[in-house]
Design a binder for this molecule. Structure first.
Ligand SMILES: *Cc1c(COP(=O)(O)O)cnc(C)c1O
Length: 420
């Protein structure tokens, strides 16, 4: 028996996202670029507006009422984020501008002081540039050596090869949880346990997992984990670094300035305790409050429900894509329940340039991404100059997948006429 009358998660939440209800190029918008940034619900927009309209004030500074309210909201959001990823203490959450800044914080504050010539840093070939370039810079300064985990034949993290790379020389393993291009879900618990066995630290780039899966930093047992607010219904300009308390305490500050000090003398200073040691200057207050509202919004829906619904979409999306013979799909295929990979699909269609596909789809109101998705080395590895990528979130629907597939087929036919 099928319950076809039941409302889907998307049916229930779409009204919360004003931006989705518009036409683009005369067609209803189908927003399939969620891996680049997600849309924002009214609850988040309201939280930001309320802050500016009712209690805009600097945090941690004034004793006046508005400053107290702003500080409570700003710190309250931190507690929400901590709970969301199951951190042990709220001070383990450091606000940053985005995930890139969080990785740079670790690279500079920890990497520069802990890496020696010959020490090894293990990354994978599927890393986003944000989890690659900071380590290149730090490796160059410290003399540390970078090693790379490659892909299995199904284009997933090669755990066996990883086991051969890691050794007593390994000081850090920094890998992506869910690839923004391949969509594979990496075995971060196992990766972390193996690294710790050799005394190495572990950083997880969770940009594509925190918005979609229930994350438990204690279960993963990573030393650091980073994410961006804007991919999880929060505004731009806010992200976070989770770090184990002892690990963060042992790190020197990243940037100096107001808010991060205990006592300042002309020639030296002492620093505030966590988390303020890493939050120099006036922070992104409204954005942090918006992040707290986004966490509330996602929590109220339930990350398990979000994941289950996205798995349904994933199964349907790949069912449809696999019926287009011209397509080369990247990364692992989902199982019949849509599990085993993220709700995104990177693909190419023979000689057709992904930018041309994207342009044609845009004419049909469908927003997808074309390019290297900030994973140029991965594209070189999979021998694709660029790929097209459709990435979904819990407010997307099967009907939108139908529109996307129809437009994609038309585009391929059109270019097939030209090239064929
Ligand atoms: C988006 C993304 C980043 C970078 O996030 P920013 O918000 O641009 O700092 C890093 N890694 C992955 C896997 C991403 O998807």
């Amino acid at each position: 028996m099928t319950i076809t009358q039941e409302k889907t998660l998307a049916d229930k939440v779409r009204a919360d996202f004003p931006i989705l209800h518009q036409e683009v190029n005369g067609k209803p918008l189908v927003y399939f670029d969620n891996a680049a940034t997600s849309q924002k619900p009214v609850a988040v927009l309201d939280a930001i507006r309320n802050y500016y309209e009712q209690y805009n004030s600097n945090v941690h500074r004034g004793v006046h009422t508005l400053s107290g309210k702003a500080t409570d909201a700003y710190e309250g959001a931190r507690e929400k984020v901590a709970k969301f990823v199951n951190a042990t203490f709220p001070q383990e959450i450091i606000y940053t501008r985005n995930a890139s800044e969080a990785i740079n914080l670790v690279a500079y504050a920890w990497g520069l002081t802990n890496l020696q010539p010959g020490d090894e840093v293990i990354l994978s070939v599927m890393e986003h540039h944000s989890n690659l370039v900071p380590w290149q810079l730090v490796a160059k300064t410290t003399g540390a050596v970078m090693k790379f985990v490659e892909l299995t034949p199904t284009e997933e993290f090669d755990l066996e090869q990883y086991k051969t790379l890691v050794s007593d020389k390994t000081k850090l393993v920094s890998v992506v949880h869910v690839s923004n291009t391949l969509g594979c879900i990496n075995p971060v618990k196992e990766i972390s346990a193996i690294a710790h066995h050799y005394g190495a630290k572990v950083l997880i780039d969770a940009c594509q997992s925190v918005p979609h899966l229930a994350i438990d930093v204690q279960a993963i047992d990573c030393d650091w984990l980073v994410a961006s607010g804007h991919k999880m219904c929060a505004p731009t300009g806010i992200g976070f670094l989770y770090g184990k308390r002892d690990v963060l305490r042992a790190m020197p500050p990243f940037m100096g300035g107001g808010e991060m000090i205990a006592d300042v003398f002309l020639d030296h200073s002492t620093y505030a305790d966590l988390p303020h040691k890493f939050e120099a200057g006036t922070p992104a207050i409204a954005e942090a409050i918006g992040l707290g509202a986004a966490v509330d919004y996602l929590t109220n829906i339930g990350m398990d429900k979000i994941h289950a619904y996205e798995a349904e979409l994933t199964a349907y999306l790949f069912e449809q894509l696999r019926q287009i013979p011209e397509l080369r799909l990247y990364g692992p295929l989902p199982n019949s329940n849509g599990e085993g990979r993220a709700a995104l699909a990177a693909f190419t269609a023979g000689e057709v340039h992904p930018h041309d596909l994207s342009t044609i789809l845009d004419q049909a109101g469908v927003a997808i991404r074309a390019g290297h998705h900030c994973t140029q080395p991965l594209h070189r590895y999979i021998k694709a100059q660029s790929t097209a990528r459709a990435s979904l979130y819990f407010y997307n629907t099967r009907e939108e997948i139908d529109v996307f597939i129809a437009a994609l087929k038309e585009a391929i036919e059109f270019f097939g006429g030209i090239f064929g």
